[in-house]
Every structure is written in structure tokens, then in C-alpha cells.
Design a protein around this ligand. Structure first.
Ligand code: EPU
Length: 293
């Protein structure tokens, strides 16, 4: 029996992942699965596991570089209505993993629910944001998370309360699980002040980073303890370095921009060259922040 028998409407074959990543790069997923709800997702995940099929979850594809060869397995994407639902029950907002995070920030501010504006300007889906504990200088999502409902690798649906969650620098203990819903505990506050803070953070961020409209994957490397990967790359004179259609941003050296005609391989070669430069000149071995599939 085919692994998705009975769920044919939710699965496409050989879907180009370039359509689903911010880089607009990457080859096809052998199977691209958009389940209608969490129960179907759990059933299909169980079937993948039983057959030893490799799988991944794609949010908005912000932080991912898919190789030109694509992904020989199952890619789940939670874009059905059931995963985009948002419910406000102050002080908690319940959001599906597929909900758009920047829109959620604005909707919370409008309702006087405060806290998310510290993450202004970070694109992505709610599930992706929580799974990687997205954040920056002004804060991160982890401390605001009250509970997370996941599909476990064995296909069971489970809600993890705050005590069971671990968040670190751009990591959480949600890797290997599929986030389906998140409860965020916010504070009551003045929408006008929160909106002003949102605007200020957004402006500060984009004064120093390429705009979200550019084809990037956010910061490529994790910051080494006590330092900034961008500062190190810049210090090695790497701004503007290019490989094919990939180029290190002139605005912030920890971003690689893709131009028309770029391939995923161009980005990978540029990553290797930049890492090699920094290793040679500073002795620091930079680690990737983005995921490579
Ligand atoms: N710097 C340079 N040259 C550059 C980039 C930075 O000299 O090309 C210097 C800056 O002048 C500053 C220092 O390095 O003195 C730190 O730079 P910045 O404030 O831009 O912060 P960052 O450590 O490079 C981190 C996150 C960003 C986040 C910003 C702001 C990481 C890897 N990066 O960058 O997150 O937006 O702080 O909060 O943690 C991301 O995760 O994708 C990301 C972009």
C-alpha cells in the first residue's frame, strides 16, 4: 500500500521547493503533503515512520536552504485553514503553527496584548518561530510560550506545558516533533505604545539588515559565544564576496543574498568560502544557523 493511500488529495509528487522558500531556490520534494488537520498529519507521520521515509516540516521556508537536488522524502506543510486559526483569550493567544507570525504580532498589538512587538521584523510561521526560538537583541519568543501542542514522531498528539519546554539560543526541544498549535501568554498594555515600539525595532533592524523583500535566509551563521558572526565576516573583508548568483550582503555580512539565476549550490559554495576565510583569519569555526536540506 502506498504510504498516503486514502489521503491522495493531500499529497503532490515532485513539488518544486523553490516555490516555498524565501530563497526561491531548491529542487523538488518527492512528496509534498498538506494535511487538512492535526489528526491526518499524525496518521501520515506514523505511516512515514513505519516505512522509514525521511520527512521534514516546512514553514514559510525562511530559514532553510534546499539543495538543487531537492529532498527525497516527505515535506509536510501546514497551510490548511485548521493550522492558521488564531484565538484570543487574554492574556493568552492560541495560534496554529501555520499562522503568519508578523500578522499575529500586529493583531495582538491591536487588541492590547503586549510582548510580541519585541520580535518585529522577523518573518515566518508561528510553528517555525517557536521551534527555533526566534528572536534577536530585543527578545525571543521562548519566554512567552505557555504551551505547545505537537505531533510526536510516533504519531501521538501531545500538549507540552511550559515546564516541559526548553528554549536556548535559536533552539528548542521541539526539533523532531511537529508543532501544530502554540499558546502565547502576553501582557495587557497600551496598543499605541506597543505599535511605536514595533516601529522603532523594525526600523533599527532594517537599518542594519537587508530588507525582507530580498532573497535571503536571515542570518546564515550562529553567533559564536560572546561575538557576532556578522562582525567577524565583515572584519575579514567579506562583504560583497560572491559565488555565481550568491553574494554576501553589503548591509550585514551574515546575510547571503540570491540574485536572479542563483542556484542553491552557489549559496553552499559561498558559505564554505566564507567559513574558510573566518577560520583562517580568526581561528573561529562558524556554525550554521540555517537548515540545509
Ligand atoms: N557588525 C558589523 N558588520 C556586519 C554586521 C554586524 O560590524 O556586517 C557588528 C555590528 O555593528 C554590531 C555587532 O556586529 O556591533 C552585532 O551586529 P547586530 O546588532 O547586527 O547583531 P548580530 O549579532 O549580527 C543578531 C541576530 C540577528 C538579529 C540581530 C538583531 C544571530 C546570528 N543574529 O545579529 O538574527 O536580527 O541580532 O537582534 O543571532 C537571524 O537570526 O536570522 C538574525 C538575523
Amino acid at each position: 500500500m502506498c504510504w498516503f493511500a486514502g489521503y491522495e488529495a493531500s499529497v503532490r509528487r515532485d513539488e518544486p521547493l523553490s516555490r516555498h522558500t524565501w530563497y526561491r531556490l531548491g529542487g523538488p520534494a518527492r512528496w509534498f503533503c498538506t494535511p487538512p488537520d492535526a489528526e491526518t498529519l499524525a496518521t501520515l507521520l506514523t505511516r512515514c515512520r513505519e516505512r522509514g521515509l525521511p520527512w521534514r516540516v516546512l514553514g514559510q521556508g525562511v530559514n532553510v536552504l534546499v539543495r538543487d537536488a531537492g529532498f527525497d522524502g516527505v515535506v509536510f506543510r501546514l497551510d490548511a485553514d485548521a493550522f492558521g486559526r488564531v484565538e484570543f483569550r487574554p492574556p493568552v493567544v492560541w495560534a496554529g503553527a501555520g499562522a503568519d507570525f508578523p500578522k499575529l504580532i500586529r493583531r495582538c498589538i491591536d487588541r492590547g496584548l503586549i510582548g510580541l512587538e519585541a520580535l518585529a521584523g522577523i518573518p515566518g510561521s508561528v510553528g517555525g518561530i517557536v521551534r527555533m526560538n526566534a528572536g534577536g537583541r530585543w527578545g525571543e519568543i521562548g519566554p512567552l510560550v505557555r504551551s505547545v501542542t505537537v505531533v510526536e514522531p510516533d504519531g501521538t498528539l501531545r500538549t507540552l506545558e511550559r515546564e516541559a519546554l526548553e528554549f536556548g539560543y535559536r533552539r528548542s526541544n521541539l526539533a523532531g516533533r511537529i508543532v501544530v498549535e502554540v499558546g502565547l501568554e502576553l501582557a495587557a498594555g497600551d496598543p499605541a505604545a506597543a505599535l511605536e515600539r514595533h516601529r522603532r525595532i523594525w526600523e533599527e533592524k532594517y537599518a542594519t539588515q537587508p530588507p525582507v523583500s530580498h532573497r535571503t535566509a536571515g542570518c546564515i551563521f550562529r553567533n559564536p559565544p560572546g561575538d557576532s558572526a556578522g562582525r567577524l565576516l565583515d572584519g575579514c573583508g567579506l562583504k560583497g564576496l560572491s559565488c555565481g548568483g550568491a553574494r554576501i550582503s553589503e548591509r550585514h555580512a551574515n546575510f547571503i543574498e540570491a540574485a536572479d539565476g542563483a542556484t542553491a549550490d552557489d549559496i553552499l559554495r559561498l558559505i564554505d568560502r566564507a567559513r574558510e576565510h573566518v577560520r583562517r583569519e580568526t581561528g573561529v569555526e562558524l556554525e550554521l544557523e540555517i537548515e540545509i536540506w
